[in-house]
Write a protein of this length. Structure first.
Length: 323
């Protein structure tokens, strides 16, 4: 009888152990290096945010965090890689609204928004509307006048189909009635370089990508894309000329679907510890990104899905306007 009881007890212990093992494993996270995938080339706004975050997350978690650039196809190559990665918290994605909606509308991708777990928001930053300086366009009004005089002649560079720099152009055209030819590039740096060189005419660029082109004088900044003036950028708003225009870029951390909640919570808490550091805030602001931490992982998920719905709407509009 005692043997039966002991055997039953052992079986129950083994069963219980099998049920709690994932939670115990999550509580020990991380035990090895983490990879942060960035879907754009080095040198642009996403890369800047990703590297500042990764370097400091490594200090908080006590494990290396390696940035891996996987550019191309409007960042969907990197997103696809993460969507198919093991859901163990060791492969993360630096993403924004596109992975929550517009990607699936413009690309043949093997994922949807449901393939990702939103973890935490990092930053928010308005983009900058820039034009090639040789065009002699000095304001948003000048740009609209030129576009109306020469419909379809001006072209707009972006960092890829469905990316926020593309969708900002779609929103601008929809609200203003202007028509531009869309020229996608593999990243923001390449797009702004094309504007500076005169190969393209304008771009709704992330500020870090636009900085060099503006400082050389080869590109002119006309306005910021946020509805309200930016404390980081000394330009008027597009909304002052095109009422209702409000498109801001943001970056957040995403994990593959199925990542244990305990791991997600660990990453959320560690991320907010990173963002609380004054040095991190100053470095992000030097790249024209304002630190905007989430209240919780669920709060960020709600925000990301709402932004994704807006991106999906603009992506669908883009098929008849910007491409």
């Amino acid at each position: 009888m005692h043997r039966i009881v002991r055997a039953a007890g052992c079986a129950l212990a083994l069963l219980s152990g099998s049920l709690v093992t994932p939670a115990l494993a999550a509580s020990n996270y991380p035990t090895k290096p983490i990879t942060l995938v960035v879907g754009f080339p080095p040198g642009g706004g996403a890369d800047h945010v990703g590297r500042v975050y990764a370097n400091n997350l490594a200090k908080v978690l006590g494990q290396p965090v390696v940035v891996e650039n996987r550019p191309g196809a409007g960042s969907t190559i990197g997103a696809s890689f993460v969507a198919r990665a093991a859901a163990d918290g060791y492969t993360l994605y630096l993403g924004n609204a596109s992975v929550m909606g517009s990607d699936s509308a413009l690309y043949k991708v093997d994922y949807t928004a449901d393939n990702f777990v939103p973890v935490a928001q990092l930053t928010t930053g308005p983009m900058v509307l820039i034009v090639n300086a040789a065009l002699g366009i000095n304001s948003v009004k000048d740009l609209l006048d030129r576009a109306r005089e020469q419909p379809g002649k001006l072209n707009v560079a972006s960092s890829g189909n469905g990316v926020i720099t593309h969708l900002a152009a779609v929103e601008f055209m929809g609200l203003s009635g202007a028509k531009f030819m869309h020229i996608p590039f593999k990243g923001g740096a390449a797009a702004t370089q094309s504007v500076a060189a005169g190969d393209t005419d304008l771009s709704f660029a992330t500020a870090p990508s636009a900085k060099a082109a503006i400082e050389t004088g080869k590109a002119r900044a006309l306005a910021v894309t946020s509805a309200q003036p930016s404390k980081l950028l000394p330009y008027p708003t597009i909304a002052a000329t095109v009422p209702g225009f409000d498109v801001t870029n943001w970056w957040g951390i995403f994990a593959p679907r199925g990542t244990p909640p305990a791991v997600v919570q660990t990453l959320f808490e560690a991320t907010n510890q990173v963002l609380e550091q004054s040095e991190v805030r100053q470095t992000m602001e030097a790249g024209y990104e304002e630190v905007t931490p989430s209240e919780s992982a669920p709060a960020f998920a709600a925000f990301a899905h709402k932004e994704g719905a807006k991106g999906l709407r603009l992506a669908k509009e883009s098929t008849t306007t910007a491409n």
